[in-house]
Design a protein around this ligand. Structure first.
Ligand code: ATP
Length: 238
């Protein structure tokens, strides 16, 4: 199979004042892959995603489909095929579920396809359809996560950035979320997943990178890393 690189990150640095959160990392994602970034608290996972979506300043190259995103502002990056479902969910609590979903598709003009994508989200998360007119802030944690992922889907991204989609969710919902990530990927979406839940993340990932204090220390196939002794000791608690 011919592989096509969708994202290439080269020598990325992110600093917050004197704190250097990311110290020159490089990695690639091929079209159609699920790739995970795993690591302990503060390793720099969120900072990496924020740099890719342009929420924080960074040095180095971030190349999406052969376009260097360096000078492209965050909102324009969506038009280049990027969407992020942020940690902490990033939904608008005073707006309804419907309004939050409409925000996801605001830069699109393909009305018919928007309708289809909306129905796809309702198929993934029937709960959202039942709660369309409810204020997003009144949803449960799991429902807010569903909304955050759906809003990102409504951007129709080629590359979906998911930051801790399982954070704070009940185990049964966590498994559902991971199944849905697999479904999204099977429908053609490339996924970059940041997770503390290393076991679940690695088991659905084609490949993964381990981040330690701002540097990549290990990379490999998801299933290989699941069996790697260092990974097992440090991140899987076995
Ligand atoms: P977690 O799993 O705990 O969310 P993470 O791997 O996503 O961690 P980051 O949130 O990227 O890690 O943080 C990397 C480092 O940068 C940490 O030391 C953190 O304290 C620091 N950091 C992150 N955001 C800021 C900020 N806005 N101001 C100052 N330091 C920050």
């Amino acid at each position: 199979m011919i592989q096509k690189t969708i994202l290439k990150v080269e020598n990325l640095f992110v600093s917050y004042g004197a704190i250097q959160a990311i110290k020159g990392i490089s990695f690639e994602i091929q079209k159609g892959e699920i790739v995970s970034l795993i690591g302990a608290n503060g390793a720099g996972k969120t900072s990496t995603l924020r740099a890719i979506s342009g929420i924080v300043e960074s040095q180095g190259n971030i190349i999406l489909n052969d376009i260097n995103l360096g000078s492209i502002p965050t909102h324009e990056r969506v038009k280049h095929g990027l969407a992020q479902s942020p940690e902490g969910r990033g939904i608008f609590p005073q707006m309804t579920v419907k309004e939050n979903l409409e925000l996801g598709s605001y830069s699109r003009s393909d009305k018919e396809q928007i309708e289809k994508d909306l129905n796809y989200c309702f198929k993934l998360f029937p709960r959202l359809k039942e709660r369309l007119s409810q204020f997003a802030g009144t949803l449960s944690g799991g429902e807010q996560q569903m909304l955050s992922i759906s809003r990102a889907i409504m951007c129709k991204p080629e590359l979906l950035l998911l930051d801790e989609p399982s954070l704070g969710l009940a185990p049964i919902i966590v498994s559902q979320i991971f199944d849905i990530i697999k479904n999204l990927n099977a429908s053609g979406m490339t996924v970059l997943l940041v997770e503390q839940n290393a076991k679940q993340a690695l088991s659905i990932s084609d490949r993964a990178y381990v981040l330690e204090t701002g540097k990549i220390t290990l990379t490999g196939k998801g299933k290989e890393l699941l069996n790697n002794d260092d990974v097992r000791k440090s991140y899987l608690g076995v």
